[in-house]
Design a protein around this ligand. Structure first.
Ligand code: HSE
Length: 444
């Protein structure tokens, strides 16, 4: 067949945890790929700031370069693999690769969360592919599922534990009663956290992944900036204990829903029933729960970070491009996510039930005032009680509200915070209505 080539050249830019994993995986599995797919994957070049880092991956020294441009312009490179993360020079690498007619495989959630539409547009115009399985959920093949296996559905809900660092922190706080800072230090030592762990603990990392999955699942533009973000810094062991008593587990969730009026996209700690599938996902593991109107509930579970799990997703993308290339064909374009631009709701127009933890100057008075103030804002109360185990001197109150608009709750919290009997509204946690996630599933 004309143009057919058995050897597919890949150039890898970034040889850190993930890039190093990709080199090691390809080098160790090369014979298997040859036998199974008839494809010889050749790591033609690897780029990093450090030749020692490159050498540690097993890459031959003559294949190393410190200049990414040499990879993009190398005629032997068919697929450029960008694994440096961040916006620059990753953006320039994408643009140069597309201009050179090369496909790009990436794990760069921060870049795609913000600029997927523009970059996918450039790739499409250049007739090449941009593939990003590793960018959301690490080794979990959920991008592929949304782009291919689930396309017969209207996707209704995507709810994910998309950040391993925060899931690890919450799991250990729950299991051991350990404090936030102590467990964060362990997460950094174990290599789960981003270089700047605020991206993990404040929800930015999960928001990028939520934006990406929502765009692909709902065929519309959702960027990281559209996603409401609240992290886990305020979660205390008191919240976790109170949640347990109520039958809930606290998870940092990325939640995206496609409703008739528009798209919901938010990342925040949420109380979910302890019996829900997502509640069982612990430590650094990730899971993405996807509801399609035909298939109903599905859940994808696996390692969301780490060298080989993420490399597994990257190499899957490489091989899916390599197969047609090896036959002398161009890879088929992925379904473009941006067929329509739908409104994404700001958080304050949404409704939820809430858990409030209020530390008091004087407990009985604070309880009375909280009930009064919530009633004045038309917020119903399911339960209100003191939290006996909590450590605050003046006492601590735990309130669970009925469903109420976010805007009303925010106004009530502001009023409560200024009340004499109240020391602080120490935390407000959304109680997720998980039944709503499956409401529009077709009857069998
Ligand atoms: N810091 C990220 C996490 C790594 O903790 O999940 C994978 O994106």
């Amino acid at each position: 067949m004309s143009g057919a080539k058995r050897t597919i050249g890949i150039g890898i830019i970034g040889l850190g945890t993930v890039g190093g994993g990709v080199v090691r995986l390809v080098l160790s599995h090369r014979d298997e790929y040859r036998a199974a797919y008839g494809i010889d994957l050749d790591v033609v070049r690897g780029c990093s700031r450090s030749s020692a880092q490159a050498e540690a991956t097993g890459l031959a020294p003559e294949r190393f370069t410190a200049d990414w441009r040499e990879i993009v312009s190398d005629p032997a490179v068919d697929i450029v693999v960008e694994l440096i993360g961040g916006e620059h020079p990753a953006t320039e690498i994408f643009e140069a690769a597309f201009a050179a007619g090369k496909h790009v495989v990436t794990a760069n959630k921060a870049l795609l969360g913000r600029h997927m539409e523009r970059l996918a547009g450039i790739a499409e115009a250049a007739g090449v592919q941009l593939k990003c399985e590793a960018a959301a959920g690490g080794g979990i093949p959920v991008v592929n599922a949304l782009e291919h296996a689930l396309t017969g559905n209207r996707i209704l809900t995507i709810a994910g534990i998309l950040n391993g660092t925060t899931n690890y922190i919450l799991s250990r706080m729950e299991r051991e009663g350990a404090g936030f800072e102590e467990v964060l230090a362990d997460a950094q030592r174990l290599g789960y956290a981003e270089a700047d762990p605020t991206a993990d603990v404040d929800g930015f990392d999960a928001a990028s992944k939520t934006a990406l999955l929502a765009s692909i699942g709902f065929h519309t533009r959702v960027t990281t900036d559209d996603v409401f973000q609240e992290g886990i810094r305020r979660i205390s062991t008191d919240d976790i204990a109170a949640a347990r008593e109520l039958g809930y587990t606290i998870k940092l969730l990325g939640i995206a829903r496609d409703t008739e009026a528009g798209i919901e996209a938010r990342v925040h700690p949420a109380m979910i029933p302890a019996t829900h599938q997502l509640a069982a996902v612990s430590d650094a593991m990730n899971a993405v729960y996807v509801v399609g109107d035909a298939v109903g509930e599905t859940m994808f579970y696996g390692a969301g970070a780490g060298s080989f799990p993420t490399a597994s997703a990257v190499v899957g993308d490489i091989l899916s491009l390599a197969e047609p290339l090896a036959r002398g064909e161009q890879p088929l374009p992925e379904p473009t996510p941006y067929r329509a631009v739908r409104p994404v709701f700001p958080i304050d127009v949404l409704e939820n039930s809430f858990f409030l933890r209020i530390t008091a100057n004087e407990e009985a008075g604070a309880l009375v005032r909280a009930v009064e103030i919530l009633a004045r804002h038309d917020i119903g109360i399911t339960s209100a009680r003191s939290l006996p185990g909590a450590e605050d001197e003046g006492g601590t109150i735990a309130i669970v509200t009925k469903r109420a608009p976010e805007r009303a709750l925010a106004a009530a919290v502001e009023e409560l915070s200024g009340d004499e009997a109240v020391r602080e509204v120490a935390n407000v946690i959304r109680i997720e209505d998980v039944d709503a996630w499956t409401q529009e599933v077709e009857e069998n």
